[in-house]
Design a binder for this molecule. Structure first.
Ligand SMILES: C[S@@+](CC[C@H](N)C(=O)[O-])C[C@H]1O[C@@H](n2cnc3c(N)ncnc32)[C@H](O)[C@@H]1O
Length: 256
């Protein structure tokens, strides 16, 4: 059983999400807009927000008419989610994405896993479980820290290159080849809980091997025309911080 690491940082994580959502140029918002473009019309659809955290995406999908089930391994974060989501029609389930024992086969039209696969040790098991709970031709959207740029120990101080005026110009890519768990030790989220790094090919081939066809790949960035004064916004103009893959269940995997 995987440890619910976010139980210890439920308040920190909830505040972190709410702060990011207030900045229209944050990669949180760039990513969320792109997820909704890829979701298309969701009214009346059965949707699983897999590893939902405090549930902001669940609430946004419920506002658009989705019939949402928010699943997370962290009981503490789901308690926060329940509190914040009063008045929304959302189902909450504590479960492990690697097994999804409490979810019946072919329950959902759509599964969205937003920024959580980096927290899960066994990627193949998640893909197998999602294949099982999706209806045939169901959609599976994953959003990730971009595996090509957010590599082990890629904290901004160590990888960002700036010009004389301290404007962001480039980043160095470190340890792309080192798949596995890493922890920066810094004060940010990944300093607190660490992350599993995987190569781009591991994610894409994993989806294909798990019976999905890839429909579209997106790398949300801030347009060059936006007036980016903060360092973070300049970064979002130069490289994509996140990768989103939209895929379709093309075949049902045999049960393990
Ligand atoms: C970075 S947060 C993302 C939360 C949310 N999707 C969002 O975008 O704000 C990662 C989430 O994955 C959850 N998580 C980690 N391992 C999990 C697992 N094995 N099964 C289900 N959820 C898991 C954590 O509890 C946490 O809520």
């Amino acid at each position: 059983m995987t440890e619910p690491l976010y139980d210890a940082i439920d308040h920190y994580y909830t505040e972190f999400v709410h702060k990011e959502l207030q900045d229209p140029y944050s990669h949180f918002n760039l990513r969320t807009n792109e997820i909704f473009r890829l979701l298309g019309k969701i009214s009346g659809k059965q949707i699983c927000d897999l590893a939902s955290g405090e549930g902001y995406l669940s609430r946004m999908m419920a506002e658009r008419g989705g019939m949402v089930t928010a699943v997370d391994i962290s009981n503490a974060l789901l308690q926060q989610a329940r509190k914040i989501s009063q008045g929304y029609s959302i189902n909450f389930l504590v479960d492990d994405a690697q097994t999804l024992h409490s979810v019946a086969d072919e329950t959902f039209n759509i599964v969205v896993c937003n920024m959580a696969l980096m927290d899960v040790p066994d990627l193949a098991s998640v893909f197998q479980a999602v294949n099982r709970i999706l209806k045939p031709a169901g959609k599976f959207i994953i959003a990730l820290l971009h595996p090509c740029f957010e590599t082990p120990f890629s904290v901004p101080e160590t990888i960002a290159e700036v010009d004389e005026a301290e404007n962001y110009v480039a980043c160095r890519v470190l340890h792309y080849d080192q798949e596995g768990f890493w922890q920066s030790g810094g004060e940010g989220l990944r300093g607190k809980v660490g992350a599993y790094h995987r190569k781009l090919s591991t994610y894409l081939n994993g989806l294909l091997q798990a019976g999905f066809t890839i429909e579209e790949v997106a790398e949300p960035m801030l347009p060059e025309t936006a007036s980016a004064t903060s360092f973070a916004a300049q970064w979002n103009q130069k490289i994509p911080r996140t990768l989103i893959v939209s895929s379709i269940k093309a075949r049902t995997l045999p049960r393990k």
